[in-house]
Design a protein around this ligand. Structure first.
Ligand code: B12
Ligand code: SF4
Length: 504
């Protein structure tokens, strides 16, 4: 296990960025590369807000929901460093509170040779703005992220994009950077799509072989979740999920599973605590408890070193046996995020969720009894959801011992079975996403029931504005110190404003 990690400051001053080069204290296990291997290419890795917001709006969304880091870019940064590229910066505009102009001027100051922009499908309009900002500096621009798995070549309709990365940026970016450094036109790189070539998809990499995601240079003090005390950070301990929920978008890599060893996971948790002073860690895994033996070992290791860091993770209701819940609670797990999705059995079946109301009730109750708070994810406005079926979701959310809930409106993401069904039912145009990718739509894809957004708002109000929520909310505010943000959130719920600023 990695130990004796250096304790250094907690983040760069807000609004400033700095590169991996020279700012990071090299960890003892990862000695710096010999000087002769250092490469000169300047590379920026960008996440730009997805809603084309101006800075005031960004600040509002930030305040209400918090900003969560982007781990994919952190891993790509680490891979680039290992390949000898040290002039690399990550620019996270939602965290920095920057609009497109702010991004442009930051990029102009940095003068990158290559800019990598990450995007989801719904986040594409913001990403295209980032690509334009990058292109205006004269850099080569590559777009990657989950979105490009379905739409690769189509994105090249935008002149500001030179390349598309499909699959693991961890391997694509160093290979692309090496080719550009040599002054060559990149060809034959797996996962790289150009106007002339399609390199397929870059295969999955075990994250443990890459190293920990680079965090130096990021505004760590700007990241937070209104559910957690600050400083707060995110991690990923496993990737992939064998289930096939019909709304869930799967990249090729998500269809396989990859597990980091307990030693590596706990090593990173130690680093987050010692180096960044982190008080709570949120796991970004698809399903944290897929491999129960591994989770048990993680808990044992945490116990052995008496880590004392709160953490939370996503899971399924059928993967949390009681003994495991007790072990997790004992190891600092304070919250489990359950993909509950719906309160109606017929819709649960249509979602291919492979769960039922009994399993849901047992899992959330057992977690509650073990001392772990429950966060329920719900989807409202499913295809042909009747008002009665919607009410069953709200009733279920309100009768379960949950401390938090989110109610997303159903979104037929491209490539998902839900998308196929919604097109077949005539609810959305078959070519919506194709045209969206080409920039023909800036608005949200149609709801599957006309009043889906109102249903989501009603569900939020019914859940949070209950007398029985007073105690959990007070305990949440006392436990996390998030008094202001929680009260702001409640106030905006009360005013019945849209909860869906971030809900594409
Ligand atoms: C954590 C998470 C979030 C976090 C953080 C977002 C983030 N981008 O990191 C939060 C909560 C903010 C979030 C929000 C949303 N999310 Co989300 N999220 C995830 C989750 C669970 C894990 C992401 C992760 O860290 N993966 C691990 C890292 C290592 O992988 P990665 O980030 O994908 O990066 C790898 C590759 O994609 C690629 N890559 C990434 N960027 C780049 C850039 C370049 C240049 C290159 C070459 C390659 C490349 O290389 C990386 C490593 O090799 C995924 C599910 C999943 N399995 O990925 C969903 C997922 C990405 N989210 C999704 C969605 C839909 C959303 C929302 C739109 C939901 C909503 N209704 O609001 C929002 C909007 C996000 C936005 N701004 O665009 C979908 C995206 C589907 C799609 N077609 O695009 C996913 C796949 C969930 C799903 N299964 O349906 N999300
Ligand atoms: S369990 Fe979660 S990650 Fe797995 S398919 Fe279903 S929604 Fe997607």
């Amino acid at each position: 296990m990695r130990k004796a990690l250096p304790v250094i400051g907690t983040g760069t001053p807000a609004g400033k960025i700095s590169g991996g080069c020279g700012t990071a204290t090299p960890s003892p296990e990862r000695p710096a590369l010999p000087r002769w291997r250092k490469r000169k290419l300047r590379i920026a890795l960008v996440r730009h807000h997805d809603l084309c917001l101006n800075t005031r709006q960004i600040a509002r969304v930030q305040k209400r929901a918090g900003v969560l880091p982007h781990l994919g870019l952190g891993y790509i940064h680490t891979a680039l460093k290992s390949a000898g590229f040290h002039d690399v910066v990550q620019i996270d505009t939602p965290a920095l509170g920057l609009d497109s102009e702010g991004l442009r001027s930051l990029l102009t100051d940095f003068g990158p040779d290559l800019v990598g922009v990450s995007t989801t499908t719904p986040g594409l309009p913001g990403a295209i703005e980032a690509c334009s900002a990058a292109k205006s500096t004269g850099a080569r621009v590559i777009l990657g992220g989950p979105h490009t798995e379905v739409y690769s070549h189509e994105n090249l309709v935008h002149d500001s994009i030179d390349y598309i990365g499909v699959g693991e940026g961890i391997t694509i970016m160093p290979e692309l950077a090496e080719a550009l450094e040599r002054g060559e036109e990149p060809e034959g790189i797996r996962g790289l799509v150009t106007r002339k070539h399609h390199g397929g998809a870059a295969p999955m990499v075990n994250l443990e072989d890459v190293g920990w995601p680079e965090r130096s240079g990021l505004p760590m003090d700007r990241y937070y979740s209104i559910m957690a005390p600050r400083p707060f950070a995110t991690m990923i301990s496993s990737r992939g999920c064998p289930f096939k929920c019909s709304f869930c978008f799967k990249q090729a890599v998500d269809k396989k599973s990859m597990y980091r060893t307990p030693e590596d996971v706990v090593g990173e948790m130690v680093e987050l605590k010692e180096r960044w002073g982190v008080k709570e860690i949120m796991f970004y895994d698809d399903v944290f408890t897929l491999h129960r033996g591994r989770v048990r070992e993680i808990c044992e290791l945490i116990g052995k070193i008496d880590l004392k860091v709160r953490w939370e993770a996503p899971t399924r209701v059928d993967l949390v046996p009681e003994p495991l819940l007790k072990a997790m609670a004992g190891a600092g797990c304070v919250r489990l995020r359950f993909g509950i999705e719906h309160g109606d059995s017929e819709i649960l079946d249509r979602m291919r969720k492979e769960s039922d109301i009994g399993k849901i009730e047992r899992a959330v109750t057992s977690a509650h009894e073990a001392g772990i708070k429950g966060f329920g994810y719900f989807i409202v406005g499913w295809l042909d959801e009747s008002r009665e079926q919607f009410r069953r979701t709200v009733d279920l959310a309100c009768r379960l011992p949950l401390d938090y809930a989110s109610f997303y409106t159903a979104t037929p993401l491209p490539g998902t079975p839900l998308h196929t069904e919604a097109v077949a039912a005539g609810r959305i145009p078959a070519d919506y996403w194709d045209r969206f990718v080409r920039g023909e739509f800036d608005s949200r894809i149609g709801y599957l029931v006309p009043d889906a957004q109102e249903r989501a708002q009603k569900a939020y109000r019914s859940f949070f504005m209950r007398r029985s929520m007073i105690k959990p909310l007070l305990s949440h505010m006392a436990g996390t110190g998030q008094w202001r943000n929680t009260l702001d959130g409640l106030r905006s719920l009360h005013r019945s404003t849209s909860n869906t600023d971030r809900d594409f």
